[in-house]
Write a protein that binds this ligand. Structure first.
Ligand code: AMP
Length: 282
């Protein structure tokens, strides 16, 4: 029977019972409004662990005041159904007051990796992500935690944090799950009206274009980025936030394809900011 908890104490007592029995714990942190992208992480966690916990928490700390915290989509009943059908053992669904007690003033911050890409247009975002993931790791104490490559910078940041702070959790990368027409699945796709939904295809088309250019032998990073930008500019509803190539581990800009390279884009379709990426390993 799947359990749903809202308090840290309740969650800890279930986890400690599992640990006493010597069971391994897989963990999937989410902001809810779950789709097949989240589900792919959950399924992997279920395969690889004795017990699986999913957190559903729209973390206020990672949103700037001008962002979409208030209208972020929520559907806890549908999320519960998806989790229960996917073999989840525990959903942790706290209120912000449970996670951030009165007087809260401790943060996990990071330099370097958070300066580029989404860090530029969302300056407090990764501080919020690192702080909440750290708290969730301390509550759940997972053996393995599952993150999607959809948020590739987040993945690099979490890997770095776990290494730097000696957190005893293995981070597992999961590939991007897409709609049949290519659009990367995202809870924020709900914001798109039918016309914007069509226009949003420019993101995946641009990602596939970049991948194809490299496969066809193009080695010049600025040529690839330029062609990707020009491609996005063919869509009247699209406005570029960034189109960049960085080293996957350090998230620093590169001008030569070497090692593991992340090509990442963020594009506004109307008012909705969407991201997509591909990773190329030379
Ligand atoms: P979110 O609820 O947006 O915070 O996402 C929770 C986790 O699901 C993150 O690790 C995301 O990278 C992952 N995720 C979201 N969308 C996708 C997708 N389309 N494919 C794979 N993973 C995803």
């Amino acid at each position: 029977m799947m359990k749903v908890t809202t308090t840290i104490n309740e969650t800890r007592s279930i986890i400690s019972e599992w640990k006493k029995q010597g069971l391994t714990v897989g963990f999937v942190p989410t902001m809810g409004y779950l789709h097949e992208g989240h589900q792919s992480l959950i399924k992997k966690a279920v395969q690889e662990n004795d017990r699986v916990a999913v957190s559903i928490f729209v973390n206020p700390m990672q949103f700037s005041p001008n962002e979409d915290l208030d209208k972020y989509p929520r559907d806890f009943a549908a999320d519960t159904k998806l989790c229960s059908e996917s073999g989840v053992d525990l959903i942790f669904h706290p209120e912000p007051e449970e996670m951030y007690c009165d007087g809260f003033c401790s943060f996990v911050d990071m330099t370097g990796l958070t300066a580029e890409l989404c860090g530029k247009s969302r300056p407090i975002h990764f501080r919020g992500v690192c702080t909440v993931v750290n708290k969730l790791f301390n509550i759940i104490q997972p053996d393995r935690a599952y993150f999607g490559q959809k948020d590739a910078q987040q993945l690099s940041v979490i890997r770095r944090m776990v290494k730097d702070l000696n957190i005893p959790t293995e981070i597992i990368d999961c590939p991007i799950i897409r709609e049949a027409d290519g659009l990367a699945k995202s809870s924020r796709n709900k914001y798109l009206n039918p016309e914007e939904r069509k226009a949003a295809l420019i993101l995946s088309k641009t990602i596939f274009l970049g991948e194809r250019l490299i496969k066809d032998g193009e080695k010049n990073v600025s040529v690839i980025l330029d062609k990707m930008k020009k491609n996005i500019e063919t869509e009247p509803l699209a406005k570029i936030d960034y189109v960049e190539a960085v080293d996957f581990d350090s998230v620093q800009k590169i001008d030569e394809i070497k090692g593991k390279v992340l090509f990442a884009i963020a594009v506004y379709i109307g008012k909705t900011r969407l991201i997509d990426n591909f990773i190329f390993e030379a």
